[in-house]
Ligand binder design. Structure first.
Ligand SMILES: Nc1nc2c(ncn2[C@@H]2O[C@H](COP(=O)(O)OP(=O)(O)OP(=O)(O)O)[C@@H](O)[C@H]2O)c(=O)[nH]1
Ligand SMILES: [Mg+2]
Length: 426
């Protein structure tokens, strides 16, 4: 992962509620911390059935945290859960620290990564929605300070504070409306693009999975097998959330069968709902796919939990009942033999050509299964149909007789329907 010397030192804290997956969640938090150019110097955890409604940690632990902050001089605390505004306020006060909760942290990372206009707006929207209920925090803090500081001035200041809060809230609401409007315009054009693609009736395949699993690398590998155009490659980086925008590429196999492949944002446990909501249009590519390829970092000890995370996130965004192939990626790091196929799943490496070939084979079997080999008789005045078949389908043989051109080819069910009148009944 990213390293640099000017990283902010933080203390991570987490509540072990059920014991289940706790170590994994804390490890994930640590990765998120590093992805945000920070480094966790200390960690405090507590076993509790549920968070203390006022302070998240129990009283004793909060005191321990306050002492730790005093002793180390580290002022930023990253919390492994989303906190309520009052929890944040209370810990900040009692432990004298700046609090970043898990949602705030993920939002910061997304904000730093966003490149395109759409991604920037989506992150902006998620941030505004996250701030909305938290407005109270800073405004009332100011209020507290004001009333605490000053004799009979308190009353008038309170009034001023409240109208300031109202003003802030209205400003936020206006901003949200504005960003929503801009996104709507953008998504209209994204929607139009998607509809055009739908109309082209090409099968669509979406790469999904935990962040940093290798989705974009698989995408690039598959593209470069059939296309030397460098411009079609997508960005690959060893960091969390390298990809925030959806890229869609058309892939035409040597037998002319064509499909659309899309790459999109990766997942992490408890992806903030504000982000999921804001990224809906980006994630729609997966929701509308005919086939999902779940890319898994097979070399990661937490791969099973990462798969659980992916599957529950897919459910959250309403992606269900789409056939899925699992690509157990990065097998080259493990000293095992690959590619190795297990049913519809594949142990593979995105850096290995024979792995990519096997993956293409599995994809083809799944999405082109309703192709049929048929013979067609095309009259000489329909050169357009002959050209179409030659360019777009896998022609097996061509013959000529007095009536026209006889072609045997593999057709999708859509083409079978469309070209029915030329098909010679068996
Ligand atoms: N050794 C090895 N490295 C791989 C493989 N696939 C991907 N990587 C590396 O893993 C890192 C992440 O790859 P990406 O393709 O960016 O991962 P991603 O799933 O698109 O990640 P996000 O966009 O951040 O969700 C990069 O450093 C890749 O070079 C593989 O099969 N073997
Ligand atoms: Mg990516």
């Amino acid at each position: 992962m990213e390293q640099s010397d000017n990283r902010t030192e933080v203390i991570t804290i987490g509540l072990n509620k059920t014991g289940r997956n706790f170590d994994y969640l804390m490890e994930e938090l640590n990765n998120l911390v590093e992805a945000n150019n920070m480094v966790a110097k200390e960690t405090l955890t507590q076993k509790l059935d549920r968070p203390d409604p006022a302070t998240y940690f129990g009283k004793g632990k909060i005191e321990e945290l306050a002492t730790l902050i005093q002793d180390t001089g580290i002022e930023t605390v990253v919390v492994n859960d989303e906190l309520s505004p009052s929890q944040i306020r209370n810990i900040e006060k009692q432990a004298n620290a700046r609090i970043i909760d898990r949602t705030g942290l993920i939002l910061e990372i997304f904000a730093n990564r966003a490149q395109s206009k759409e991604a920037k707006l989506q992150v902006e929207l998620a941030k505004l929605k996250y701030q909305m209920p938290r407005l109270h925090t800073s405004a009332s803090q100011r209020l507290d300070q004001q009333t605490g500081g000053g004799g009979d001035g308190g009353f008038t200041n309170r009034g001023a504070g409240e109208s300031q809060l109202e003003l802030n809230r209205r400003t936020l609401q206006n901003k949200i409306a504005h960003v929503n409007q801009e996104l709507k315009e953008l998504s209209k054009s994204a929607d139009v693009k998607r509809k055009q693609r739908d109309r082209s009736e090409l099968p669509t395949v979406a790469l999904v999975g935990y962040t940093n699993a290798g989705k974009s690398t698989v995408m690039n590998g598959l593209i470069s097998m059939f296309d030397d155009d460098e411009d079609k490659q997508v960005m690959v980086k060893d960091m969390l959330f390298a990809t925030l925008d959806t890229s869609v590429r058309k892939i035409t196999l040597p037998d002319q069968k064509t499909f659309l492949l899309s790459d999109t944002v990766g997942f992490v446990s408890e992806l903030p709902h504000q982000l999921v909501e804001a990224f809906k249009s980006t994630l729609a590519e997966a929701a509308n796919a005919d086939l999902l390829i779940q890319v898994v970092d097979y070399s990661d000890d937490n791969r099973d939990l990462m798969m659980e995370t992916t599957e529950s996130t897919l459910k959250d965004i309403g992606v269900e009942n789409i056939p899925m192939v699992i690509a157990y990626n990065k097998a080259d790091r493990m000293g095992i033999s690959y590619p190795s196929r297990e049913g519809d799943n594949l142990i593979m490496s995105a850096l290995d050509e024979s792995s990519l070939k096997d993956l293409i084979k599995i994809i083809s079997e799944k999405i082109f299964k309703n192709y049929q080999t048929v013979s067609l008789m095309i009259p000489f005045d329909r050169g357009d149909v002959v050209s179409y078949l030659n360019e777009k389908t896998n022609v097996i043989s061509t013959d000529y007789d007095a009536n026209g051109t006889m072609i045997t080819s593999e057709l999708s069910d859509v083409d079978v329907k469309r070209l029915k009148r030329f098909i010679i009944p068996e």
